[in-house]
Ligand binder design. Sequence first.
Ligand SMILES: Cc1cc2nc3c(=O)[nH]c(=O)nc-3n(C[C@H](O)[C@H](O)[C@H](O)COP(=O)(O)OP(=O)(O)OC[C@H]3O[C@@H](n4cnc5c(N)ncnc54)[C@H](O)[C@@H]3O)c2cc1C
Length: 402
Amino acid sequence: MAVNSGEAKKVAVCGAGMGGLAVALGLAKKGFQVAVYEQASTHRELGAGLWISMNGARVLNDLGLRDELTKIDLPPEDRVVKLWSTGEAWSIYNKQAANSKDHTLYMVLRYELHRILVEALEKLQPGCIHLGHKCVGFEETDDHVVVNFSNQPSVTADVLIGADGVHSKVRHQMFGEVKQNFTDAIAWRGLVPIERISPQYQAPVATTWVGPTAHITCYPVQHKGRQFFSFSGQVDSEVWEQESWSDPGKLEECLMDFDGWHEQVIEMVSGADILYKWGLFTRAELPTWVGQRVALLGDACHSMTPYLGQGVNMAFEDSAVLTNVLSSNEDVSVALSEYDSLRRERCYKVVKASMGMLDVFHHEALKEEQSARDYIESQWSPERVRERYDWIVGYNALEVGI
Ligand SMILES: Cc1cc2nc3c(=O)[nH]c(=O)nc-3n(C[C@H](O)[C@H](O)[C@H](O)COP(=O)(O)OP(=O)(O)OC[C@H]3O[C@@H](n4cnc5c(N)ncnc54)[C@H](O)[C@@H]3O)c2cc1C
């Protein structure tokens, strides 16, 4: 139950995406009365893969989702880096490696994870997800917050959580337009049924292909017993693109971006039914993520490049810490300012680290085979990998803010 009060606190969450559903589930489990407002009129998550690292997996396991996640996960046998031109592979860690436990992760389809979160939340508080509610703003006072929608009556709550993604309306009301900066890179993503992949390339391995001006990460995922490879490739580009994850792109264009790459890459990108293309942007750091009764979470306050696969993991960490502080403080504004001070610095450090990976993945040394070998062996040595990832995946959000 909410601390010291006879009545459960009411929490309104804008956005039924990954972070919004996770925080709503966490709070519902602690006895808060949650209501999630989603602009879309149906649940339609994107058909792309999601890489949940240990820091995010801890949160999902604690929400009671371990068994369901195990059903939809397709754990890779190995995690490798491959050279764009020759396909030569370097193993970073495999199931037998000493550090494999720290790198345990789930590789799932977004659609499946979204379904699991929705089902768990609906089971706990039936009817708490309200589709077709586009948040347009809010008014906060000392003792409540009113949330306004474009097409539905306003609602009142004790707390509002803005989990409404990169184009957040809650953030907009707090800070106005926050400048977005194009990072001179675009991304491609797609999903390929495994039967379209040649048998010699079908092994369940998570791979990052690296090249001089692009890289592409792919891993196996499953849906209702069918296997796929999910891939996401990032390419240097001076051309400004839209920041939308659901705009289709042309195969010829994608093939031009990977011209001269190994046949395994060409076969994979050619096998996707639909290729999506979008521009990669960053935003200036916000001075705070909270108001008196309003908090931002996930991409709404720290959208990031995908180079460390941490966007959703940070949203899950946020959701656990926000649940912790709201459960252990009666005073909402005290709880929110604690959340702000516990989370902002870490997330922005991850945002910077993620951006920094572009120069590691795309490097001149990768042009030629011999210099590429030396480069990969130094950049992905066990020490470098530990340095790069351990501080991220070792963070236990469940212990923060209690
Ligand atoms: C192809 C792809 C692959 C990715 N892979 C990974 C990965 O492997 N690992 C990783 O950690 N991260 C990954 N990410 C990033 C990750 O998906 C995001 O960081 C994560 O989804 C952020 O969660 P969120 O809840 O903040 O936002 P979202 O999941 O985007 O959810 C926002 C929700 O808010 C709703 N909404 C928006 N505006 C309003 C409004 N005004 N009113 C009401 N509702 C609204 C939206 O419809 C949406 O449902 C990937 C992203 C993409 C595009």
